[in-house]
Design a protein around this ligand. Structure first.
Ligand code: NAP
Length: 260
């Protein structure tokens, strides 16, 4: 059974690339109005134009958003309230990984940016949007975690810890809000070819492409599909978590690369 998404209002963080961008497109295609944010506003402007052109009748609102900044989060919340007056779906997608250093060699700056973005930013956005989600009478929160939050790997300690934190705080919150009309889903992807590895390797595209060499990774649209599916279940159905990997990824470290 499919719960229609037409005219629902969705908020997507980290919409300027990858999974966030694909999610904006998929939600708009399903009939949602979307408020989207990220730091690279020129990217958002381009996406805004494309989505508006392809989905007549759907309203898109765009604003600069750095989830590391409380003022940005509050301003974004105010913009959504003024523009739409309600929120049905919050997709906490903004996130990143920096480097492959062992824990003891991870620069302070990288530790801070991963924790501030992936954990503190997600908490801030959730706190900001929760009253509107409750008031909507049919709210959904989707937290994008990772397979790295299930299985930690060397060179990913801080990132893995942030994603384990997303899973953990989601589990607690799901119980805390069980008497509220808000569902909560965690999506934990495996390898998705986006700008994620470019960011990890500080723009080194050769290193980034090595990650997916000889295998078929997921793409942003695969995760957007999972998100749209989860939020379009009937109101009494809560999808707690989806762990989704490429067929050729057998775990966190085992990847079959037939093309190598
Ligand atoms: P991506 O292509 O690099 O996209 C990341 C998005 O997050 C960008 O739009 C970026 O926009 C935004 N972002 C980063 N820092 C931000 C901040 N401080 N405030 C607001 N937005 C911010 O990577 P992706 O793969 O789509 O990643 C999306 C989510 O999926 C992340 O949470 C990531 O951890 C998770 N994930 C990815 C994979 C994978 O293999 N790709 C696997 C598991 C989980 P700006 O730079 O313009 O701000």
């Amino acid at each position: 059974m499919y719960e229609g998404l037409k005219d629902k209002v969705a908020v997507v963080t980290g919409a300027s690339a990858g999974i966030g961008e694909a999610t904006v497109c998929a939600l708009a295609k399903a009939g949602c109005h979307v408020a989207m944010g990220a730091r690279r506003v020129e990217r958002l402007a381009d996406l805004h134009n494309r989505v508006t052109r392809d989905n007549p009748g759907v309203e898109i609102a765009t604003a600069p958003l750095d989830v590391q900044k409380l003022d940005d989060v509050r301003a974004f919340g105010a913009m959504v309230k003024e523009r739409f007056g309600t929120v049905h779906i919050l997709v906490n997608n903004a996130g990143l990984v920096r480097g492959v250093d062992p824990l003891v060699e991870t620069p302070e700056e990288n530790v801070q940016v991963m924790i501030e973005t992936n954990v503190v930013g997600l908490i801030r956005m959730t706190q900001e949007m929760m009253p509107a989600l409750i008031d909507s009478g049919n709210g959904n929160i989707v937290n994008v975690a990772s397979i790295a939050g299930w299985y930690a790997y060397p060179g990913g300690s801080v990132y893995c810890a942030t994603k384990a934190a997303v899973r953990s705080l989601s589990q607690a919150m799901r119980v805390e809000i069980v008497d509220k009309p808000v569902r909560l889903t965690v999506i934990s992807p495996g390898m998705v070819e986006t700008e994620f590895s470019d960011v990890r390797f500080f723009g080194d595209k050769e290193k980034a492409s090595e990650v997916y060499k000889g295998m078929k990774p997921l793409v942003g649209e695969d995760i957007a599909d999972c998100i749209v599916w989860a939020v379009s279940r009937p109101k009494h159905v809560n999808i707690d978590e989806i762990l989704v990997t490429p067929q050729e990824q057998g775990g966190i470290l085992k990847v079959h690369r037939p093309g190598e």
